[in-house]
Design a protein around this ligand. Sequence first.
Ligand code: NI
Length: 186
Amino acid sequence: MSVLPILTLGDPRLRLRGQPVESFNKFLHGLIDDLTDTMRHAPGVGLAAPQLGEALNVAVVEVEDRLFELVNPRIVRADGEDRDLEGCLSIPGYVAYVTRKEKVWVVAQNRVGKKFKVAGSGFLGRAFQHELDHLQGKLYVDYLASPDELIPVGRGGMDEEQDQAADAELERRGIDPERAKAASRG
Ligand code: NI
């Protein structure tokens, strides 16, 4: 189990589609453990295999201490609409408003290949949709009409002056900095 570097925007491997997993072996288990460790270390609420440079249909999501290991996941039903701030561990320092389905039902396999179905709404539903997009080579910025919609949130203490400037900009836009920092990141 290791914390690995997360690929960032511009790396072409983020655009690869995850290939279906057919072997539920030690390699898969190691990949799932690395995804979980790296997600928790970031910290974030989800991470998909392409973000670690593995073009496989595998992602993890963790919301409110519930960890979901998703192998070959797909959305089988979706309902409603929800617009909220969203960020990505592969696009550090920014969030944006993204419209998602309010609730989704996901069918996936676990690490030993057993099928299961899980529903997620709001924050959890957003995390599922964000990670499943990564498995299609898709990033949330693809939904934005313009890069101007990206909202800088600072990088959390690495540069205090930059963080203060980001907070001032958020307030200017009428967004609570704490809310922006609590936005979903996966
Ligand atoms: Ni992401």
